[in-house]
Unconditional design. Structure first.
Lengths: 347, 347
DNA sequence: CCAATATACTGAAACGTTACAGATTGCCAA
DNA sequence: TTGGCAATCTGTAACGTTTCAGTATATTGG
């Protein structure tokens, strides 16, 4: 008996993962027709289309990603580029969850591309672009003049930035309105009679540093309060550094009676520093802080908080990149999220 | 002049990404030879090998992932499967960073595969296996009898679990020694004269729930302390629920004088609950808590903490999957990390 | 000196997909 | 009847890689 080697997938034998060839065999059509039928191409008869799609669903056909990617260059991948040292912790998981929520019912996968402090932030982006590893990229820690954004624009790679740029170039972004946040915070403190205010800033160099500082400054003159400079730390510093510097600050004669903090982790340190200096929150000084989860009021109920929703940011960023990939205007894919009110503790 | 269509990559024209064909053209060799030379195949002459590798480095050749994947089935992808609702926040980013650290100088990419509460946890794993989307998988929230682990073993997919299983099946894992943690915690509280202890457990059903409860129970009888049952909450409950239940508990006559908490977030709620009941930490009750970043001592310095390093967990898990993929014995890729001592605040 | 063998290389095929350039059929107008 | 055209469908090639089955040349043993 002549037992020829059978070309693996010509039969619908069962065990192997179905391909277009399998579908073609089962429907009695050509591979090309099947391919087109599945993507609703116009030159396929309505009945054929339905038949193919039915069979495909029945046997659980899933296009082979490698095949598509090799042929078309489309990766069906979104990459989230993260700094593995600076990024605040809770921040990251929330963004990831936000992104995954949006891409859940798309064919996209999310890959996390890390880079460390020692590296040029452009490195991972260059890698992604050069190797064509993603259809879209999301970056954070955005700078006013951001080489990564410029690079991707030049190379025609869709992306979205967490935070705005200021280069006269238009691209999708999502940002929290830190100008408004700082302003609200100042007004809230002024409302409590505080008029010598200090600011724990975002990392110098990032765009939202500017927005925060400007919002702070404008509101200060608006309410007639004055600034107590506190430039020695930012929220990128360690807990210990912030705590120590805050304690130093609070022991001075010209200490502030109100502090605004741009991140929850920093706030923990700030409060510790205040207490190290023998002062009491709510009595000697009030603190307004951003937070991304309801944690600060458990810490000290005297704190005033403003909520920033990073899961929302993740979703918005994902929507933005997908939109750009789908051909929408980059300029129409920008969003700014307003801060919540300044919230006191309510038991 | 006869201007023929040139087959895109036959020349070393420059702009296109180099492929094996490009290298073959440049070196004057065949594509096969180049492919083999790059992976140090034995049948290639030493000089040829060096020459090819030199040229490849010079022009920055990177193998096309889709090509490799299509031909060999190798994806060069590790997937981290995450529950988007339960996973504690800081937890996640640390694990991700740990994983990326390890795969940074490998060709592997990390993809994050999410699933939500409503879904069967097996769903994402089934998807990954069926579509062959990853060479290795990392899962967390491991159960004693874990269908995901069983499924992947059956399908021959390398994986590692964060937490152990108890099915008599051998596979790589990394776990924190929660039995030791609970024991240490009990002994530390006993050392402070506390002998009526309550436990805020991990989620019922996960393996480390058992280890924690057993470590707690064994140490209780060892030191002659007794348990105050507190089964109404676990660390999966909301801050509000834990806080309320703790307050209820602490208002009872038979309230505990020591509490052990399995997660930092829960501890914040526990302390709030204690204070809601009008009691004082360190005087009326002591609390020992796990934490993954140095945050609890800023919160209340009376707290006793034990550190769990999730970044380490991520690294170990990544190493384990890669090891299994590389052919090592699954049984040799298991690790258990010992808890730190129980640490009081030190100014 | 011949055959066997080792060494160094090569072309063709295949992985699953899509795009291109047909092929076949039926229908209608001239 | 014939030519044209629309409506459907199809085969082939190509994306970049690895594997299989060679080929050509030099080297060795008898």
């Amino acid at each position: 008996m002549d037992r020829r080697v059978t070309k693996k997938n010509d039969d619908a034998s069962g065990k192997e993962r179905p391909t277009l060839k399998t579908l073609a065999f089962m429907t009695g059509l050509g591979v090309t027709t099947v391919s087109r039928a599945l993507k609703d191409a116009p030159e396929i008869g309505a009945e054929t289309r339905r038949r193919v799609q039915l069979v495909a669903k029945q046997i659980g056909y899933r296009p082979n990603r490698a095949g598509v990617r090799l042929r078309t260059g489309k990766t069906n991948v979104i990459s989230l580029v993260l700094n593995t040292e600076h990024e605040l912790m809770s921040f990251v998981s929330d963004i990831i969850y936000g992104v995954t929520e949006v891409i859940a019912d798309t064919p996209y996968h999310l890959i996390v591309t890390p880079y460390s402090r020692s590296q040029d932030p452009l490195d991972p982006v260059r890698y992604l672009v050069e190797t064509g590893s993603a259809d879209g990229v999301i970056i954070s820690r955005t700078q006013p003049n951001d080489p990564r954004a410029r690079y991707m624009l030049e190379h025609g790679v869709p992306f979205a930035t967490h935070g705005r740029t200021d280069m006269g170039l238009v691209h999708p972004y999502h940002d929290f309105d830190n100008y408004a946040f700082a302003g609200e915070a100042v007004r809230a403190l002024a409302g409590k009679g505080r008029n010598r205010l200090a600011l724990v800033t975002p990392p110098v160099g990032l765009t939202y540093f500017r927005y925060t500082v400007n919002g702070f400054a404008d509101a200060l003159s608006e309410v007639g309060a004055s600034e107590v400079p506190f430039n020695t730390v930012s929220i990128d510093h360690t807990i210990e550094q912030i705590r120590m510097r805050t304690a130093q600050l609070m022991r001075r004669d010209d200490r502030p009676d109100g502090i605004i903090s741009s991140a929850a982790a920093a706030t923990l340190a700030v409060v510790a520093g205040i207490e190290d200096a023998g002062l009491k929150l709510g009595r000697d000084v009030d603190v307004v802080s951003k937070q991304s989860s309801e944690v600060l009021h458990l810490f000290r109920r005297e704190l005033l908080v403003v909520n920033e929703d990073f899961r929302l940011a993740g979703s918005e960023l994902a929507r933005a990149v997908l939109g750009w990939i789908a051909g929408k205007e980059p300029g129409s894919l920008q969003s700014l999220s307003k801060p919540s009110e300044v919230l006191p503790y309510r038991g």
